[in-house]
Ligand binder design. Sequence first.
Ligand SMILES: Cc1cc2nc3c(=O)[nH]c(=O)nc-3n(C[C@H](O)[C@H](O)[C@H](O)COP(=O)(O)OP(=O)(O)OC[C@H]3O[C@@H](n4cnc5c(N)ncnc54)[C@H](O)[C@@H]3O)c2cc1C
Length: 414
Amino acid sequence: MRRHADLIVLGGGPAGAVSAWLAARDGLDVLLVDPDRQAPRLEGLSPRLHRWLARQGLLRGFSAIHGPLRRQVDWAGISDSNAEHVVLRHALDAHLRRAAAAAGAVPVVASGRPEAGGAVLSDGRQLRAPLVIDARGRKAPAAGGRAPATVALSGWVVAEAAAPGIRLAAFAGGWLWRVALPDGRIWAQALLDAAGPGSPEERLRAAIAEAEPGLEAVPAGAVLAREAAPRLPAPVSDLSLLRVGDAFAAMDPLSGHGQFWAVSSALAVAAVRRTLAARPGSEALCRRFLNRRAFETSLHQMRVGRDFLRAETRFGAAPFWSARHAFPDDRPLAVPAVPRIAPGIVIENGLLARRELLRTPRSPGGIGWFGAIPAAEVWRRWQQGGAPALRARWGEAAPTLARRLQAEIGPEPA
Ligand SMILES: Cc1cc2nc3c(=O)[nH]c(=O)nc-3n(C[C@H](O)[C@H](O)[C@H](O)COP(=O)(O)OP(=O)(O)OC[C@H]3O[C@@H](n4cnc5c(N)ncnc54)[C@H](O)[C@@H]3O)c2cc1C
């Protein structure tokens, strides 16, 4: 086994596998360390990530995605319906690791942890590299603060026939996500306070009975128990050990976007890695970018999650709900009331660059471009003369620009 590389990636979930894939395509010698021991589980695949993976060719030859399935949401007394894809996560992760290997990353089937100058495997072998990416997910030591201890209990269940589809329902003790696949299999996942009476099987069964009384489901095999509390990121200082995905910041599973954020952080860290290599002296820029991501993007997402939990007022006094109303804090979502232009750091041609961003209520973190056109410039022109001003400047591209801008600011711009 090779012991020296340009990069060691610890963990081969979506964040680690995509990090290794990107680095191998950049021509780096990469070791991708993962024990390859994930328990089977089902998760929702957000449309944004689904599109991105498909565009990169990363879903070629992969069939463990189901959907779109009708998704019924019973939350805060509101009953809503939309559609969602679901994916067998262990299969997706193994597929992404194979893609990384096909791009040139060397798989190392083992567990490991970072140490100065590289990593050490659980059998004591040492690996050396100037850069380590920690993508161990929630197995990485928690760096920032955590929400109250939360457990996810999940597994296949048997029940009287349930119509194919997904159901998300709140109940006093937590919430339940249940998927009936077209082939008849049913997956149930309950999010509960970590401490509670009964075995995992008994607790999952009781949660289903409370959230979906008509289903009468019983676990069909082993129930998987996972730590599931959201985790805040910690400030970034050491640029030779970069955290990605849940190892950096773990969102509330309720968001359904954890995998998207994991892959998005792999892309962000790839830009940091390239910038450090291409532009000597760029350390301060890279730290600033990562810390902004940590404290603006992650905090914003966590506050969105908190407000979603707060909106469910039927069980407000129950311990599961009241304990989570103040995480990550009690501060309101900091969104600009009207669009504004502000300086920021963006990824341009794979590298970090200081640019103007357009911050909007929908995208408070800022938008760099609409396609290849700077979003700040589009906003300036729009303020000068609306759609005709866009047409005068960008011709046939103007209607698309106007549509994208209006999606951000609403149909009647300020
Ligand atoms: C209950 C629950 C439900 C969720 N539902 C959804 C959902 O519906 N949709 C969604 O998008 N997200 C969901 N998420 C979030 C999503 O699972 C995570 O955000 C995503 O998996 C993070 O990816 P990652 O690559 O950072 O970490 P992980 O996916 O956790 O991958 C970590 C990898 O590191 C490996 N590893 C661990 N320790 C070591 C070690 N010492 N050495 C080497 N490798 C190691 C593991 O084997 C694993 O392969 C959910 C999370 C939970 C807890």
